[in-house]
Ligand binder design. Structure first.
Ligand SMILES: [Zn+2]
Length: 93
C-alpha cells in the first residue's frame, strides 16, 4: 500500500507521536528487521506484505512490538527527533 506520500506519512506519524499512539524513538528500543507477514503497519496502517521489509520495534514499556515498513520506520525516526525532548521545535499540544 503506497498511497501515502512521504509528506503525508510524516504528518501522520507526527500525529501518532503527539497522541501517544507511537512512542518516541529511544535507545532502549530494540529494532528487529525481517519480512512482512501481512500485518498492519503501526505508522501508515497499510499491510506489510511478505515481499516487503518489516521492522519491529520492541519497547520496554509495551508488551507488543510495533511492526513498521522500512520507510515508515525512517519517518518515525525523523519525526521522533523533531518532536522529542532536547529540540527547539517542540510540538505545541
Ligand atoms: Zn507503513
Amino acid at each position: 500500500m503506497d498511497t501515502l506520500t512521504r509528506a503525508n506519512l510524516r504528518a501522520r506519524v507526527r500525529r501518532l507521536l503527539a497522541t501517544g499512539v507511537l512512542p518516541l524513538r529511544s535507545d532502549d528500543q530494540k529494532l528487529i528487521g525481517g519480512c512482512g507477514l501481512g500485518q498492519p503497519c503501526a505508522c501508515c496502517g497499510g499491510t506489510i506484505s511478505t515481499s516487503e521489509v518489516l521492522y519491529e520495534i520492541e519497547c520496554p514499556e509495551r508488551s507488543q512490538a510495533l511492526p513498521m515498513h522500512l520507510r515508515c520506520m525512517e519517518a518515525w525516526e525523523i519525526e521522533s527527533r523533531i518532536s522529542g525532548p532536547g529540540c527547539s521545535q517542540r510540538l505545541v499540544l
